[in-house]
Design a protein around this ligand. Structure first.
Ligand code: ZN
Ligand code: FE
Length: 242
């Protein structure tokens, strides 16, 4: 295992800010920029200098702090290259199959359209972690603002193909609200019932339910257990008016 450190903290109303730090190289990345001031504060507090931003998609609650942080730090902005001009200040455009180095560690990029057309996720195998933005949530998935159920099904399949124990860092705390829908469509799922109880206990203790794991979502997430694009689309439409 590596000595990579990952920190997660609430931002805005229900976003998570995230930092990944490699002590060997001294590099620190934030995943998305929901709140530039809070991200800077979290870095200062730990004595970490922000060296890069890893954006997942263009939505303002994911890129809103890019400009301020780029002004404050000498950093590099990584993000999806699929649609020009979408990511403020983008310097390193990334597409499916790209790999870059974070210190000595590999970072692998997957294109996961569905929520938005250009959405990408970052997999860091040595940290056992994937930063999944608004593609998958605990017991949920991103709304299909730009993509189709087919695309989201494929995107979730890419995430489910990662090793079982991979930690999935979702960008929002939507779990308890997702849980109501999940148990509605899958009322007999014992693993889901256990996961809901565990999530409730975490939230009551003021703790995040993120990260989840590939194995947990495979067993409980209604958009994964849907099994195919048609059923996913049906469930997504149902949830949008739930
Ligand atoms: Zn979004
Ligand atoms: Fe978001």
């Amino acid at each position: 295992m590596s000595d990579i450190q990952i920190e997660i903290f609430p931002c805005l109303s229900d976003n998570y800010g995230m930092l990944i730090h490699d002590p060997q190289s001294g590099r620190t990345a934030c995943i998305d920029t929901p709140d530039g001031a809070e991200i800077a504060r979290q870095c200062e507090q730990r004595g970490w200098r922000l060296t890069e931003i890893w954006n997942t998609h263009w939505h303002p609650d994911h890129t809103g702090g890019n400009a301020a942080l780029a002004k404050q730090y000498d950093l590099t902005i990584y993000g999806p290259a699929y649609i020009e001009g979408r990511i403020p200040g983008l310097q390193k455009g990334l597409t499916e199959g790209d790999t870059f180095q974070f210190g000595q560690h590999d970072v692998h990029i997957f294109h996961t359209p569905g929520h938005t057309d250009e959405h990408i996720i970052y997999h860091v195998p040595e940290a056992n972690a994937a930063f999944v933005g608004d593609t998958i949530f605990v017991m949920g998935c991103g709304k299909l603002f730009e993509g189709t159920p087919e695309q989201m099904h494929q995107s979730l399949s890419k995430i489910m193909a990662l090793p079982d124990e991979t930690k999935l860092y979702c960008a929002h705390e939507y779990t308890l609200s997702n849980a109501k829908f999940a148990i509605h469509v899958d009322p007999e799922n014992e693993r889901l019932k256990e996961a809901i109880d565990a999530a409730k206990a975490k939230r009551e203790a003021g703790l995040p339910t993120v990260p989840t794991t590939v194995a947990a979502e495979r067993a409980t997430n209604p958009f994964v257990t849907a099994g195919n694009a048609i059923e996913l689309g049906r469930r997504r439409a149902l949830k949008d008016s739930f």
